[in-house]
Design a protein around this ligand. Structure first.
Ligand SMILES: [Zn+2]
Length: 123
């Protein structure tokens, strides 16, 4: 996170926006530092989610399938799009939500809502 904060200062533009865009890039490319990812480095870390202990700690588990994340998305995504929410792999889930409006308020921008909620769920 120190690196991301530094980039925002160096370029002198909205640090929050840069952090969100870089964080979102990590999500879109399945590169956030989950236990599943760290376990593949052979450093003796369990790939299992430390919160629920029942699933691998993957990007999709953290941001979509974990109980808290699921509750967030169910409140935001219209009921006719809920099936889509739970049927995609990571890349398709991100690209679908990044390119489409999927919320209850037709006047708001779903892309921003989606990116912001991914960042806040990750924190
Ligand atoms: Zn979990």
């Amino acid at each position: 996170m120190l690196i991301l904060k530094g980039i925002g200062k160096v370029y002198g533009i909205g640090r929050v926006l840069i952090v969100h865009k870089l964080s979102f890039w990590l999500v879109a490319h399945d590169r956030i530092l989950t236990n599943n990812r760290r376990s593949r480095w052979g450093v003796g870390i369990s790939p299992i989610c430390p919160c629920c202990g029942s699933e691998d700690d993957t990007t999709l588990h953290v941001l979509k399938d974990f109980t808290y994340a699921t509750q967030v998305w169910i409140k935001l995504v219209p009921s006719d799009c809920i099936t889509d929410l739970f049927s995609f792999d990571c890349r398709n889930w991100v690209s679908t939500n990044h390119n489409n409006r999927r919320n209850k308020d037709p006047n708001s921008k779903w892309k921003t809502t989606f990116m912001t909620n991914c960042c806040y769920i990750w924190k």
